[in-house]
Design a protein around this ligand. Structure first.
Ligand code: SF4
Length: 665
């Protein structure tokens, strides 16, 4: 066995029929599994112009090629579909225990098309799939639904469950899919697609074995990585208070440098992603006041409340996704919050802390713990939900929305009670909450009155909590990736810790250089972005964690892992070609669906138009529109339209892989 099962399960929710399909080895050799397999299947099977919430859209749950082979850090799965938010390629990545469970059922991916006439959940085990009545779960939140279905379906072993909450049932375009009681595939509107299919949950109870070609070699690679990870620890005397000082010091350095990725792993091990809450405040990473403010507005007297030590104080136990040896997650005790409504929540991620903190000038950390659980249960993407609330506050502040529009709510920066009240309206889709539940682009279109200037999104997707003004490569990714507004795909910081140039022949050695050079459109910058993105596609095809990626190729030896698991003898260059192929296929998918990359523009506030007048990012602006043609050209796509050229499709073998469906410039 080469790590993959070679089979996919196809379920038509409209007819109730299902089919097991064998997948040719060539698909795995060219696209791996995970996002690559998903892009291959969806490109060929979703008709052009399909309604994202209609029966022709397909929702896929894909596992990684390395998942379950004994490799560490490879428990990530991907939800894939046509995105109802952007109209183009949609994917969303998540951890927990679902990825191996897909393979234990005997499949690399499970795809759903059609719309069920009534709410159902899909139960899959070694024998196949059953569509079962979910009317008792419909209306329950995502956590309650999972608990109920685990109790109902627990037989030989505890099943893994992915479920949606009321936000997705009500087709909120910013809703996601939950598993492991609140881990989220949150982005791209994947929850709305599941809700539109009336698929409440996927329950996986298979027990089939997964095996790689050379388990001993995989084990040795895992042992080496685990050993290093055990040894890297933040010195006990370094407390959270030191993080803003580190952020300020490193943010002040005027040259771009490369650091061993285990340095960040050390911090993630201690605090999880919450470590960035105060570190990112002082190095310019964190957007503030709906991207219109700066760290001069949200000064120490605000942000010290978000000290990650205060987050850890609520952590009752560490949380690791399947096969993870880093463990950035945690389960936190919140019994004392919200009148005892909830007992626990997953440790809020940096994105959630900063989105419901600095983005809306809120310094009440307890409110963020509560909101985290409220959102996890309702099933919202916290980045987008917070973007919608910050947008509404700014509209209210500027007289675009009145008390009449808000149902009597006074929307003020930092008022956590009003923020929670507005979120409840979004969950119920009542009044203004109904508009906001589909994200800021749609809300601004319906509100009008110039509100679009406060609607911070790219291509319909709200921006994450990373300001590209300190990382211009990230700005290009926000605007030009097939999933716009995505922070986990590529960026200058990721590239600098990847050490890809030590393994990939076409990359020049990284040199310390003035940061100012990164703001200039250049072939070098475009090439590095292509390399980093291709690498991330490999990571997602393998089912590996983004934090493993950040530790760099000297530590996380993904090329060796893939060869050991599959028996292939591919070089790093050949694997990078696979990454290019996957990314080109994601781009092709969007184009087939009518997504026009030329029309996607980075939001003025993210680009520094006009530049901020104070704070860390004072005076900084991006030339993203000038950089994008270099980026497209470096992929072998038409530099004016972003459409992959015929020569590129031939060179990547996509013409054959996609046969008659191929499109080209
Ligand atoms: S590092 Fe964090 S996100 Fe990644 S696999 Fe481990 S627990 Fe999950």
């Amino acid at each position: 066995m080469k790590g993959y099962t070679g089979k996919i399960l196809l379920v038509d929710l409209g007819t109730g029929e299902s089919e097991v399909q064998a997948v040719d080895d060539a698909v795995y050799e060219n696209l791996l599994s995970g996002v690559g397999l998903g892009a291959w299947y969806l490109y060929r099977n979703i008709p052009a112009g399909a309604d994202p919430l209609g029966p022709d859209n397909i929702l896929g749950f894909t596992s990684g090629l390395l998942t379950g082979t004994g490799s560490v850090m490879t428990g990530r799965w991907m939800a894939v579909c046509k995105s109802p938010l952007t109209g183009g390629w949609g994917d969303s990545n998540c951890g927990g225990s679902l990825a191996p469970a897909i393979k234990h059922c005997g499949f690399d991916a499970i795809f759903f098309r059609g719309i069920s006439p009534r709410p159902v959940y899909a139960y899959v085990d070694n024998k196949g799939v059953q569509l079962r009545d979910a009317s008792a779960c419909w209306g329950l939140d995502a956590v309650e639904s999972e608990e109920r279905l685990v109790a109902e379906c627990w037989a030989a072993k505890k099943p893994a469950v992915a479920a949606i909450g009321p936000a997705a049932e009500r087709l909120s375009l910013i809703s996601g899919i939950s598993n492991d009681l609140g881990r989220y595939a949150a982005r791209s509107g994947v929850g709305a697609v599941m809700g539109s299919k009336r698929l409440k949950a996927l329950v996986l109870a298979g027990t089939k074995a997964i095996r790689g070609e050379d388990p001993e070699a995989v084990k040795n690679l895992s042992k080496a990585y685990s050993r290093t990870m055990r040894l890297v620890n933040m010195p006990a005397f370094l407390k959270g208070a030191v993080l803003p000082l580190m952020g300020a010091a490193l943010g002040a350095v005027k040259v771009a440098y490369s650091l061993d990725g285990m340095v960040s792993a050390m911090m993630f091990k201690r605090w999880g992603t919450a470590m960035n809450s105060t570190y990112g405040m002082t190095n310019g990473d964190a957007p503030l006041k709906n991207w219109g403010g700066s760290n001069a507005d949200y000064s120490f007297k605000y942000y010290h409340h978000l000290n990650p030590d205060r987050v850890l104080a609520r952590e009752s136990r560490k949380y690791h996704c399947y096969s993870c040896v880093l463990g950035c997650g945690g389960v936190c005790d919140i019994k004392d919050l919200g009148k005892g409504e909830y007992a626990h929540t997953h440790k809020p991620e940096y994105e959630t802390i900063m989105a419901f903190g600095g983005l809306m000038m809120n310094k009440n950390l307890d409110s963020i713990f509560y909101i985290n659980e409220l959102m996890n249960r309702a099933g919202f993407d916290t980045i987008s939900a917070a973007g919608a609330v910050a947008f509404a506050i700014e509209c209210y502040e500027n007289g675009i929305l009145s008390k009449e529009d808000t149902g009597g709510l006074e929307l003020r920066w930092g008022d956590s009670e009003a923020i929670i009240a507005l979120l409840r309206m979004m969950i119920a889709r009542e009044g203004l909450g109904d508009l906001l539940a589909d994200g800021v682009k749609r809300a601004a279109e319906r509100i009008g009155k110039g509100s679009e200037r406060y609607a911070v999104h790219v291509g319909g997707q709200e921006l994450p909590m990373h300001d590209p003004k300190i990382d211009p490569m990230l700005g290009v990714t926000y605007a030009a990736d097939p999933t716009p507004g995505r922070h986990t795909t590529s960026g200058g910081l990721y590239y600098s810790t990847s050490f890809l140039w030590t393994r990939v022949s076409w990359l020049p050695r990284f040199k310390i250089h003035p940061k100012a050079e990164d703001y200039e459109p250049s072939e070098r910058g475009a090439l590095e972005n292509v390399a980093m993105t291709s690498f991330k596609m490999l990571i997602d095809g393998a089912g590996a964690c983004y934090y493993a990626m950040l530790t760099g190729v000297p530590h996380f030896r993904i090329f060796e892992y893939l060869n050991a698991a599959t028996g292939w003898t591919k070089s790093p260059d050949e694997y990078m070609e696979i990454g290019k192929r996957i990314q080109t296929l994601r781009q092709l998918f969007g184009i087939k669906q009518g997504y026009d990359p030329r029309k996607v523009r980075i939001h003025d506030r993210a680009a520094g138009r006009p530049p901020l007048k104070d704070g860390h990012n004072k005076g900084l602006f991006l030339r993203t529109e000038e950089m994008i043609p270099y980026y497209w050209k470096a992929w072998g796509w038409d530099e004016a339209s972003g459409i992959p050229t015929e020569a590129t499709l031939r060179g990547l073998g996509l013409d054959e892989l996609l046969a008659e469906e191929a499109v080209h410039a």
